[in-house]
Design a protein around this ligand. Structure first.
Ligand code: ZN
Length: 449
């Protein structure tokens, strides 16, 4: 990202909390100073920058803003409309028809609701996969939100049972993606980036996947896809390609540090080492994996092998929240089931939700921890709640006790986007009313069976 002074907030001093920098030990009763969008001091005694506004972090924990590396803003409106189904039925019977029924207005309502919820929960950066049409609308909503985001229109050029409106030729899919990249990559002062988003192997021809691989390399774009989420999906990929999913992605050029694979649950030992060797990123989505009954990802094994594993809520249609706290807690719990308690302890879960997320986006020098020179992206999480009492260890309090409702302030590049538990950039009642109205409209268009 280019260094810049545009579109950033005033000087700020976040004062009086336990600061989890993720660079070293927690700083008790510490402060963070932010000027022109970047952190200028972190420590026990920090002078207020000239003209700084003070954000109170008394009885609170200051953490780096959460980075969620797998969400779908276009699905926020489908919350509660696709419960209790396994992946392929969930897609064919609900999600594809609903995505096909979006128009610009419903998509905008969906994206705004998602952005508001993400910010309110302390999330400051996301990687999001969108639908086939009108992705400009999502970028507009992201620009307005103040979030950091990499987003992409999904690429899909095969698959049975796909509604006509989502059927897409590889040529048009690629051309539209590159147009979007020209308009949005680096926009909003560098807060927005484009990510090429092939949906998943059963939805993409080999020609399309190879083209994505080539364009991503030549234009230095992220690639965001799903793989090995569900046993039936893995079997389908074997039938279509004769290979395991991650192996096949590697064969068509989709591996490396710029590739983020969501889920990666059903992997062979060879695929685990392939992910590690190539530096391919994994986005772990524990709530979604539980709700769709997809399986338990081998997160501890991946991390031991050296794979960067970060967290994402996935879409609201399969979670149904966009809350990083529940994802941290479940990541730790699922790893305890797969192995033993402590395999993904509280500290590891917090790293996955912050610095590993930043690494997945290639932005670990810009965000993911609280250090001088990094962007001023942070969340202040209150610990006066009953469920966080009497916890001394702030890492345990964040991962095992806190919820999104405990988030007091959220700052992105020095701009206060949540203050005292209230969104500063949105009228929450208006966002909700718009979402209710557009949900009814999208449902009447979708004619679900
Ligand atoms: Zn997903």
């Amino acid at each position: 990202l280019p260094r810049r002074a545009v579109e950033t907030g005033a000087s700020l001093l976040v004062r009086g909390g336990d600061v989890l920098t993720l660079e070293g030990e927690p700083i008790r009763d510490g402060s963070v100073a932010i000027e022109r969008g970047r952190i200028t001091a972190v420590g026990k005694r920090v002078a207020a920058p000239r003209g700084a506004r003070v954000l109170d972090a008394t009885d609170a924990i200051v953490v780096p803003g959460f980075v969620q590396t797998h969400v779908h803003l276009c699905q926020t409106l489908f919350r509660g409309l696709a419960d209790d189904l396994p992946l392929l039925d969930w897609l064919r019977r609900r999600i594809f028809p609903l995505e096909a029924a979006h128009d610009e207005r419903s998509l905008r309502a969906s994206a705004r609701l998602g952005c508001a919820e993400l910010l309110r929960s302390g999330t400051t950066a996301v990687l999001t996969m969108e639908s086939v049409h009108d992705t400009d609308v999502v970028f507009e909503a992201l620009a307005e939100s103040g979030l950091h985001a990499a987003a992409g229109r999904c690429l899909i050029d095969r698959g049975d049972g796909l509604p006509r409106r989502l059927r897409d030729g590889a040529r048009r899919a690629m051309a539209e993606s590159l147009d979007l990249a020209r308009r949005w990559h680096g926009a909003a002062g560098g807060r927005l980036r484009y990510a090429l988003a092939p949906r998943f192997v059963p939805g993409c021809t080999e020609g399309l996947l190879r083209e994505v691989a080539a364009e991503a390399r030549s234009r230095s774009l992220l690639v965001h896809t799903h793989a090995s989420e569900n046993r039936d999906e893995v079997a389908l990929v074997r039938r279509l390609t004769g290979r395991d999913n991650v192996r096949y992605l590697d064969d068509v050029g989709l591996s490396g540090t710029h590739v983020v694979v969501a889920h990666a649950i059903h992997l062979s030992a060879a695929e685990v080492s392939l992910l590690a060797r190539r530096g391919t990123r994994v986005a772990h989505c524990p709530s979604s994996n539980l709700k769709l009954g997809s399986g338990v990802a081998p997160v501890a094994r991946l991390r031991r092998a050296g794979v960067c594993v970060s967290l994402g809520a996935d879409g609201a249609a399969c979670n149904n929240r966009l809350d990083p706290f529940i994802e941290m807690r479940l990541a730790s719990g699922l790893a305890a089931i797969a192995g033993k308690p402590g395999d993904v302890g509280a500290r590891a879960a917090l790293e996955m939700a912050t610095i590993e997320g930043a690494r997945a986006l290639g932005l670990e020098r810009e965000m993911g921890s609280l250090a001088v020179g990094k962007l001023g992206n942070l969340a202040v999480v209150g610990r006066r709640s009953l469920q966080a009492t009497p916890v001394d260890d702030p890492v345990s309090a964040i991962v095992h006790s806190a919820t999104a409702a405990d988030v007091r302030h959220v700052v992105v590049e020095g701009r206060v986007l949540v203050r005292d538990g209230r969104l500063t950039g949105y009228d929450e009642a208006e966002v909700r009313a718009d979402a209710e109205r557009e949900r009814r409209r999208v449902l009447s268009r979708a004619r679900l069976r």
